[in-house]
Write a protein that binds this ligand. Structure first.
Ligand code: SF4
Ligand code: SF4
Length: 294
């Protein structure tokens, strides 16, 4: 089973639309599972037309502090060490605001009476569903105000392997979180190939370079997709030159197309909504498959 991860250094560049389109095309001749690792803002299932996941379960991938009241002597040390202002002293007793607690454990270490400890809390929901395109999608979503995204991505990937293996999938297409943080690292690690999506803007180009640094760290082969390539021809040329200088392939240059937005509104991957886009996505997929297997 091969894993292809679609990432971008910056959000909003069409990563999920591209991942969904590639999954649909690949599924025409292969067994595929689509996975949304963008747990802070998951939308891959929606792009694939799934409004509600069939099976979902909570996971505990974060810890929060709690007070063992009969050990507390109200010294107030914990409130002064918490850098997240999660502890306030009320009526001489420490009160922990779970929404602010990052589970760093500083208060547990600082308490002179062993009156604080950490407990796991449910911070995310993972689920799956069969898409109308005949392959499953697995998705994770952080709960409001919760953190611990990297661990949640790990759990999403673990669950997706079970679903993919039950489905007999030959390929997993992952939609990574944007950026260079722990969710991206958790998405990229162990991938067989990475497709890095960018737009021809200075900010997106700089973010692409940072994201490529993460991929390079793990020694994974990567190709670049320039979305809305005709919006800024000079910048597109700079991205091409950068790719050439660094021995990277530009897998596709997708022209600006309003149907990307229309497709999102209709909960369809762009390649399904607008058949004219099929050649560009077929070309992208073909180049990615060749590069992955080289
Ligand atoms: S540091 Fe420990 S003993 Fe002191 S107020 Fe906090 S929980 Fe209570
Ligand atoms: S675990 Fe860290 S963030 Fe949470 S209350 Fe203790 S010191 Fe504050």
């Amino acid at each position: 089973m091969k894993t292809i991860t679609v990432l971008s250094g910056k959000g909003g560049v069409g990563k999920s639309s591209i991942a969904a389109s590639l999954a649909v095309l690949l599924a025409e001749s292969n067994k595929v599972t689509a996975v949304d690792c963008d747990v802070d803002a998951s939308n891959l299932a929606l792009v694939l037309g799934v409004r509600e996941l069939d099976s979902s379960f909570g996971i505990k991938a974060e810890e929060k502090a709690f007070v063992v009241e009969d050990k507390c002597d109200s010294c107030g040390t914990c409130a002064s060490v918490c850098k997240f202002s999660a502890i306030t002293m009320e009526g001489g007793k420490p009160v922990i605001d779970e929404a602010l607690c990052e589970g760093c454990g500083a208060c547990v270490l600082a308490c002179p009476n062993g009156a604080l400890d950490l407990k796991p809390v449910e911070n995310a929901v993972i689920g799956s569903a069969m898409t109308e395109y005949g392959f499953p999608v697995v998705s994770g979503q952080l709960k409001m105000g919760m953190s611990g995204s990297g661990k949640v991505v790990f759990e999403v990937r673990q669950h997706s392997k079970e679903i993919a293996s039950g489905h007999g999938s030959e390929f997993i297409i992952q939609d990574s979180a944007a950026g260079i943080g722990c969710t991206v690292i958790a998405s990229v690690k162990g991938s067989d190939y990475v497709i890095a999506v960018t737009e021809p803007t200075p900010a997106s180009f700089e973010d692409l370079k940072r994201a490529l640094g993460v991929v390079e760290h793990f020694g994974i082969r990567v190709g670049i997709v320039i979305n809305k390539a005709d919006m800024n021809k000079e910048m597109t040329e700079s991205i091409r030159a950068f790719a050439f200088e660094n021995g990277l392939s530009v897998l596709a240059e997708i022209p600006f197309d309003r149907s990307f937005v229309d497709a999102l509104v209709r909960l369809k991957p762009p390649v399904v909504h607008n058949k004219k886009l099929e050649p560009v996505f077929q070309g992208l997929l073909g180049k990615a498959m060749t590069a992955m297997q080289a």
